[in-house]
Design a protein around this ligand. Structure first.
Ligand code: IMP
Ligand code: MG
Length: 175
């Protein structure tokens, strides 16, 4: 581990859990009566989706998709690849994509396009963090946990080079 990297607390456990519970209530109200598929985007969304699942008050089924966006440092190159595909038949189903963070929008835009052409009936998006300032593609986000600054966030599932996912809070990388 690079000992020069410092992290700074951005959102503590209570703030995250309170907001995720609110999102769960909002989503439940909107999805009442729909037989929807919750789609977690691996790996960053795992903590968020695990908490969101327990905050939802309506039934749903669960699946995951893995995507990898090629980056140089923290800047995406625009090339996206599906590394693990959904196992469910989602044709004509309502999907709710669960993302950790929307940054440039390149990953989400690609996912929305793919799932749409492959027959999803509707696709909504819930993201824990939204880094609007960095957007390159104007992609929609239906449920946003927190609007965040143009910094690099780690913890609560989010990583920097595979590290820091285990932190129970969100922090920013500082140097
Ligand atoms: P985008 O394609 O630029 O919107 O990037 C989306 C993906 O990049 C997210 O789903 C994350 O996996 C990763 N990412 C972007 N910003 C951050 C960050 O601040 N911390 C950790 N991962 C990030
Ligand atoms: Mg992600």
């Amino acid at each position: 581990m690079n000992s020069n990297i410092k992290i700074k607390l951005a959102l503590d456990r209570d703030a995250i859990h309170q907001r995720v519970n609110e999102m769960g209530r909002d989503i439940s109200a909107d999805f009442k009566g729909k037989d929807f598929l919750l789609v977690g985007v691996l790996k960053g969304s795992v903590c968020f989706i695990a908490d969101l699942m327990r905050a939802l008050e309506v039934p749903y089924t669960l699946d995951f998709i893995g995507v990898s966006t090629y980056r140089e440092g923290t800047t995406p190159s625009g090339r996206v690849e599906i590394t693990y595909d959904l196992q469910s038949n989602f044709k004509d189903r309502d999907l709710l994509i669960v993302e950790d963070i929307v940054d440039t929008g390149i990953t989400l835009d690609y996912l929305l396009g793919q799932l749409k052409v492959r027959g999803a009936k509707s696709i909504a998006v819930a993201t824990l963090l939204n880094k609007k300032e960095r957007r390159k593609i104007d992609v929609k986000t239906d449920y946003v946990g927190f609007e965040v600054e143009n910094k690099f966030y780690v913890g609560y599932g989010l990583d920097y080079k595979g590290m820091y996912r285990h932190l129970p809070f969100l922090a920013t990388l500082e140097n």
